[in-house]
Design a binder for this molecule. Structure first.
Ligand SMILES: NC(=O)C1=CN([C@@H]2O[C@H](COP(=O)(O)OP(=O)(O)OC[C@H]3O[C@@H](n4cnc5c(N)ncnc54)[C@H](OP(=O)(O)O)[C@@H]3O)[C@@H](O)[C@H]2O)C=CC1
Ligand SMILES: O=CCCC(=O)O
Length: 290
């Protein structure tokens, strides 16, 4: 099966490599074309533009940074729309429902098929084929893409109309971003009040709020090590989009709003390209107001 893949960042590179490893023929494109070379070593072909990839493949997957990138790859010159007639497009980027709907409408108007399929899980789950896929849109395209989803993920959900996948993903990441801030505050409070934060990790792990994120990120956060698996700038984008969803639905979200402010502060300190756990640094900084 020949599939296209647009966007070879942290996630896209791992996902496309996984498809190649499992026998898919993959044609890749990335805005910075040099990033395609590593995939060629794993057997990929290169498409010069998104349009040429779409033309060659029955369906094309995209994994791009944000709404503006997702829109640009579809609507700009030599973009996805040029050859989408009769083809499928599966956008796995994390975007808002409005962006996804715009893309879906444009693709359908040109005779193509659209599925949004954002994912839960980060760099390691992407490498291990352990993502959770939150799909919505064209059900026939979902069924066609399932063999690829079965390689990329441990579980796929089909959530109905376009927008539901995007919303589910934003709700999940809003909770995750809020938890990361509470966790960072707790680590800092433990340390400043004379406790051993490593012992706090052990205590947390044995209780009712034990979870994979504390377990995975806690030890590296204690070493001030923030090698990016999920870049902080993307987590802040997700908080921003989740808060907009809260606005649309008149849902008061004070905790998410505070977490968003902390991620914005971290970005202003130049931490945007580090892992989202680097928000911890904003809690460690001395409070000049006291
Ligand atoms: N990392 C993670 O743990 C997870 C990330 N996600 C989501 O997946 C998506 C990708 O994340 P990740 O791989 O980490 O991000 P990266 O920042 O590593 O990669 C972003 C990709 O988008 C491309 N891109 C950015 N702007 C444009 C543009 N204007 N036109 C075309 N291409 C563009 C980049 O190209 P170039 O190489 O040229 O810069 C790159 O291929 C995001 O939506 C993120 O929120 C979802 C789950 C987990
Ligand atoms: O969008 C990124 C999610 C990261 C994760 O689920 O660990």
């Amino acid at each position: 099966m020949e599939v296209g893949f647009l966007g070879l960042g942290i996630m896209g590179k791992a996902m496309a490599t996984n498809l190649l490893r499992h026998g898919f023929k993959v044609t890749v494109w990335n805005r910075t074309l040099s990033k395609c070379e590593e995939l060629v070593q794993h057997g990929a072909s290169i498409g010069e533009t998104p349009a040429t990839v779409v033309k060659k493949c029955k369906y094309t997957i995209a994994m791009l940074s944000d709404p503006s990138a997702a829109l640009s790859v579809v609507f700009d010159k030599d973009g996805v729309l040029d050859h989408i007639n009769g083809k499928g497009y599966v956008d796995m980027s994390t975007v808002d429902a409005d962006t996804s709907s715009k893309i879906s409408e444009a693709i359908k108007a040109k005779g193509g098929y659209f599925l949004e399929a954002p994912v839960s899980g980060s760099k390691k789950p992407a490498e291990d084929g352990q993502l959770v896929i939150l799909a919505a849109g064209d059900k026939a395209l979902y069924d066609e893409a399932l063999p690829a989803f079965d390689i990329l993920g441990k579980k796929s959900f089909f959530l109905g109309d376009v927008g539901n996948g995007a919303k589910m993903k934003l709700v999940v990441n809003m909770i995750m971003g809020s938890m990361m801030n509470a966790f960072s505050e707790g680590l800092t409070l433990a340390e400043r009040s004379g406790l051993n934060p490593a012992t706090l990790l052990d205590v947390l792990d044995l209780g009712a709020i034990s979870n994979g994120m504390f377990k995975l990120k806690g030890p590296t956060m204690l070493q001030n090590s923030y090698s990016p698996a999920f870049p902080l700038k993307h987590q802040q984008k997700d908080m921003r989009l989740a808060l907009a969803l809260g606005d649309e639905n008149a849902v008061s979200m004070p905790i998410a709003a505070a977490a968003n402010e902390a991620f914005k502060k971290a970005r202003s300190l130049g931490l945007g390209d580090l892992d989202f756990s680097a928000v911890h640094e904003t809690y460690k900084a001395p409070d000049r107001s006291s």
